[in-house]
Design a protein around this ligand. Structure first.
Ligand code: NDP
Length: 494
């Protein structure tokens, strides 16, 4: 188990200081591998959230007035500090989240890349100058000004706690806003360490705060408190609905990055080796706990059997085990699911499918190994003959279970791809431009990758349609959500 001892680790970060909860209460962070206590953090309440909101409100005017280059410099100085500690941070992330250390390293890299991307954008934000009709006054012109919105709440889930924090604090900070991060209760440790490092690099006190504690208290205070003008939320669609209910009536700026059930379509001319690898990473990375995971696989009938054979062979190379260790080659490490409830949910979705006639081709059970008995382990599964009405298809499946379907052509694949409440990502694997264009046009999703693994690029806007959310993270577009647009008219000029 990774060592995570640090004086700061048992506290949260408000107004440039490590603080306890005002109540003195703490909450445990437990290892998904063996249930042991990794560390404890303050169990913050509404009072603690209010203190952080006040700190962020006080810090806002100065930060909003800080030169863009200076904001970027401070963020980049923080990035350097995180980079120096990345190996240790990855171990902490692995310990609290359950992902293998090499996946945790990948997540920290993604965070660093995203923060660097946004630091680079800080000085490039601009509005516009607009000529106006002369009958409104000769030489009059309009201005479109961009201004920070103020205090922002960033509510983050446990599956990618660090990248999903970065997609919020990066654009918020460069645009001149101050932030309160509310990490998931089960994964606050790495976030706290990173927020400490970013502050150590010179952010003024109150610009970037982190309050740990239950979503129903700390999170809801962020939603309700009128000082918070912007809520960036990533999590389940059900919680997203609650965010809208509470924050919506106050006309806060809300973005919701919610659940997904991404389809992947493989056509007969695809590079099958790459497509199999895309399905593997797409479905099984992070033990299947990704919003943009490949959750339904549609194989053209001409390549169905060959693809499936190669896929099953690869799935067989996963070895369940302590995420802090590596298996012998050619085996690949898969860690536990994040919580016991998560595993029970997957099991019940799978049971629903098998009760409707589905056939489990590999995996789909808990391991026998007593050494893994106190972790939330589950053998990755591939399932065939799945009813499209089953929960395994219609709900979000947040774990390593992949239903596979045989389709006769692209039209059928697209109809099935769209037969779902979600619309986050999607992919098509083909060399045929007509087919890829049809998929891009017709699949109801925020993104369609062509011959590419499902991945949130920092450079491109990412967000869902239908029950997958509202608004975007990533890309320069994300910065817009952290800015007010103000118009001005300059007249009366000679
Ligand atoms: P949850 O919705 O349970 O929790 C997300 C965050 O919201 C946590 O910090 C949680 O705090 C907090 N929260 C819970 N209840 C409230 C509330 N009433 N008010 C304010 N905040 C609250 O999601 P999970 O953590 O289970 O994350 C997994 C989900 O996230 C999946 O559905 C996944 O698809 C989705 N997701 C979407 C992505 C996207 O970009 N579209 C990316 C990654 C994940 P606490 O932990 O204390 O309960």
């Amino acid at each position: 188990m990774a060592e995570v001892a640090s004086a700061s680790m048992t506290k949260m970060y408000v107004k440039g200081q490590w603080v306890e909860a005002q109540s003195g209460e703490t909450q445990e962070v437990r290892s998904p591998h063996d249930g042991s206590v990794v560390d404890t953090v303050p169990r913050g309440s509404r009072d603690d959230a209010r203190a952080a909101i006040r700190a962020a409100e006080d810090a806002f005017p100065e930060w909003a007035d800080t030169a863009a280059d200076e904001r970027a410099r401070l963020i980049l100085a923080g990035v350097e500090k995180v980079k120096e500690k990345q190996k240790d941070l990855a171990k902490v992330l692995s310990a609290e989240q359950g992902k293998p250390v090499f996946e945790a390293m990948g997540e920290i890299h993604h965070f660093l890349h995203g923060m660097t991307f946004y630091a680079g954008l800080a000085s490039k934000i601009r509005g516009a100058q607009v000529p106006l009709p002369p009958d409104m006054g000769k030489h009059s012109y309009g201005l479109v000004l961009k201004r920070p919105v103020g205090v922002c709440g960033a509510i983050v889930p446990w599956n990618f706690p660090i990248t999903l924090m970065g997609t919020k604090i990066g654009p918020a900070l460069i645009a001149g806003n101050t932030v309160i991060v509310k990490p998931a209760s089960s994964t606050p440790l790495t976030s706290l360490q990173i927020i400490g490092l970013l502050n150590e690099a010179g952010l003024p006190a109150g610009v970037l705060n982190c309050v740990t504690g239950p979503g129903r208290e700390v999170g809801e205070e962020l939603l309700e408190n009128p000082v918070v003008r912007r809520i960036a939320f990533t999590g389940e669609s059900g919680t997203g609905r609650r965010v809208m209910e509470v924050a919506g009536p106050q006309f806060k700026r809300i973005t919701l990055e919610l659940g997904g059930s991404d389809p992947m379509i493989v056509m007969p001319d695809a590079d099958l080796r790459k497509a199999v690898s895309g399905a593997m990473i797409g479905r099984f990375w992070n033990c299947g706990q990704a919003c943009l995971a490949v959750k339904r696989l549609y194989l053209h009938e001409e390549i169905h059997d060959e693809f499936l054979e190669a896929l099953l062979k690869k799935v067989g190379s996963y070895e369940l085990g302590d995420p802090a260790t590596r298996p012998e080659k050619p085996f690949v490490r898969m860690g536990p699911l994040h919580t016991a409830e998560q595993r029970e949910e997957i099991e019940s979705q799978l049971a629903d499918a098998t009760s409707k006639g589905a056939e489990v081709l590999i995996g789909g059970s808990r391991p026998d190994d007593p050494a893994l008995g106190s972790g939330h382990y589950f053998h990755p599964a591939v399932v065939a003959n799945v009813s499209h009405h089953s929960r395994l298809v219609q709900e979000e499946v947040f774990g390593p279970v992949l239903p596979v379907f045989k389709v006769k052509d692209l039209d059928e694949a697209i109809v099935l791809a769209n037969d779902n409440q979600y619309g986050l990502g999607s992919s098509i694997w083909t060399q045929n431009l007509t087919w890829s264009n049809q998929a891009i046009r017709e699949i109801q999703a925020g993104v369609t990758w062509v011959n590419q693994i499902h991945y949130g690029y920092d450079e491109l806007p990412f967000g869902g349609v239908k029950a997958s959310g509202i608004g975007h993270e990533h890309g320069p577009e994300a910065v817009d959500y952290y800015q007010e647009t103000k118009g001005a008219v300059i007249g009366g000029l000679a």
